[in-house]
Design a protein around this ligand. Structure first.
Ligand code: SF4
Length: 511
């Protein structure tokens, strides 16, 4: 089927051409599938309570997990440091998945190498892969640091990263003083947020070794956590400069994940300077903007650095107020007037949209910190959470989420579905429908199937452009969240009221 080179068609149009339609029809002859009636009957049955019970009795199978694997979070943390090349000890296919996943979200190249372990490494161990891989990476890509993590394969055979890295250094793969932090990131436990935490701890342990001084440097460290909105690091920097205190972001990956197109390829744009990261041990406090992706790192900072840590997630008005008051307390500086004015604007915007969001029943899925923060904001708007699904849940998270729900009259009808996947969510949406679904791009299949409007918040968002460039924290973040949520509601109302002389009585120009 030759294409006209003057008019190359995207598959959106291409597959509607008669020859492709015929091809699909012909294919069915050999598929030996069920009749269309039988498929429709079973599809209908899967929408009911009987199927829901069977679905929730499922134990040994995950369908559409609402989480990623550990090394993905680890390499995400690594690229936030200056000149850092993520190196994954394990199989090539895993690393191809991490890179494409991140690239599809950010529309940016994401560099990360693998030690390409295959059958022989699985039998004899991956030490030679590490020796060769570190040498090649160092020579070819000229990094300032190589951050090593693992895939399941390396973990199953028990590769010892510290010993392997020492051996590679002794073999001359990289200089003895070249920083090669590492983190074991087995994906059969935890998720991408655990991997982020492990790698952050690994990098900080490596860079700060022997750097502790008697007097603190007066700075505040910030750890954003597995936060995929590059606008948030930029908003954080803006807030800190309005206050006028010194700070270090660990790790600052906004330039890496949103680099300017200058016509020249830069493999390592931006990132936290390694010397600043090394000096973070001497800061007066570390503020984490997520709790569950920083558990081990905060524990390490408190115990090993003897430095206090604080968790503050500034999503929504109340949480931003608390965040700014905490920064004021820690820095000894007043809250800048400009931020007070922004607060007024955010409250004004909330008031404008309030009547459209108040009382809306919603379902949400995603990582613990993101879900906690969005639920907190939705409660401020008077929306009512119904299904809260967090695949990578834990007791600490569920306890704090319950406290949040109990603190609001709008949180009383919510159920937390820990450890469940998006196929469970499908059953929930069919049997107990809601007005709104909040989550990442994978929710678009639920949108089509269950006819529930989807607000895209989270990671990954691969089917809409630029959302990751915005901020979701601070008062500016409030306005962005509102924008996404209330305009999704309006689009849905328009869609449902656009039949002339039938439903268009409410097809209004003004909302
Ligand atoms: S779960 Fe394990 S095997 Fe699968 S992609 Fe992640 S690291 Fe690789």
């Amino acid at each position: 089927m030759p294409q006209n080179p003057e008019k190359i068609q995207d598959h959106v149009e291409l597959f509607h051409q008669p020859e492709y339609q015929q091809l699909f029809q012909n294919k069915k002859e050999f598929e030996n599938g069920h009749s269309a009636e039988e498929v429709a009957r079973v599809a209908e049955w899967t929408k009911g309570w009987e199927y829901r019970e069977k679905n929730f009795a499922r134990e040994a199978l995950t369908i559409n997990p609402a989480k990623g694997c550990q090394p993905l979070g680890a390499i995400f943390a690594a690229v936030g440091f200056e000149g850092t090349l993520p190196f994954v000890q394990g199989s090539q296919g895993c690393v191809a998945y991490f890179r494409t996943h991140l690239t599809r979200h950010y529309k940016e190249p994401f560099s990360g190498v693998s030690s390409s372990m295959t059958e022989d490494a699985a039998v004899f161990g991956g030490m030679q892969n590490m020796i060769d891989g570190l040498a090649n990476s160092y020579q070819l890509y000229k990094p300032k640091m190589i951050a090593v993590c693992t895939t399941c394969m390396a973990e199953v055979i028990g590769d010892d990263l510290q010993a392997f890295i020492n051996n590679a250094k002794n073999a001359g793969s990289v200089p003895q003083d070249f920083p090669v932090p590492y983190a074991h990131t087995p994906s059969f436990v935890g998720s991408h947020i655990t991997g982020y935490d492990n790698m952050m701890k690994g990098i900080l342990s490596c860079l700060t070794a022997g750097k502790k001084k008697q007097i603190n440097n007066g700075k505040i460290n910030f750890i954003p956590g597995f936060d995929t909105y590059v606008g948030n690091n930029r908003e954080l920097k803006r807030i800190a400069s309005l206050f006028g205190f010194d700070y270090t972001i660990l790790a600052e990956n906004s330039d890496y994940l949103d680099s300017p197109n200058t016509g020249e390829f830069d493999m390592y744009p931006g990132g936290t300077k390694l010397e600043d990261a090394a000096d973070s041990i001497n800061a007066k406090v570390t503020v984490a903007l997520q709790a569950h992706s920083t558990v081990k790192t905060r524990e390490y900072i408190e115990k090993e650095w003897n430095q206090p840590t604080v968790v503050s997630r500034p999503w929504g008005i109340k949480a931003t107020d608390e965040f700014l008051m905490k920064l004021s307390e820690l820095s000894g500086k007043p809250i800048p007037e400009e931020l007070e004015i922004e607060r007024g604007r955010a409250v004004d915007a909330m008031t404008d949209s309030h009547s459209w969001i108040h009382g809306k029943r919603f379902a949400i899925y995603g990582e613990p910190d993101l879900v906690y923060s969005v639920v907190g904001f939705m409660l401020e708007m008077g929306a009512e959470p119904v299904h809260i699904l967090v695949h990578n849940t834990n007791e600490v998270f569920e306890k704090e989420l319950k406290e949040l729900l109990n603190s609001s009259p709008f949180g009383q009808g919510a159920t937390i579905w820990g450890g469940k996947d998006l196929w469970h969510m499908r059953s929930l949406l069919f049997t107990e429908p809601v007005d709104l679904l909040i989550g990442n791009s994978y929710g678009k299949y639920l949108w089509r199937d269950c006819k529930v409007p989807l607000v895209r918040i989270g990671y990954p968002i691969m089917d809409r452009h630029h959302l990751h460039r915005y901020s979701t924290i601070g008062y500016q973040g409030v306005i962005n969240l509102l924008n996404w949520i209330v305009n999704t509601i309006f689009e849905e109302i328009d869609r449902n009221t656009n039949i002339p002389s039938k439903t268009d009585i409410s097809y209004d120009l003004i909302r």
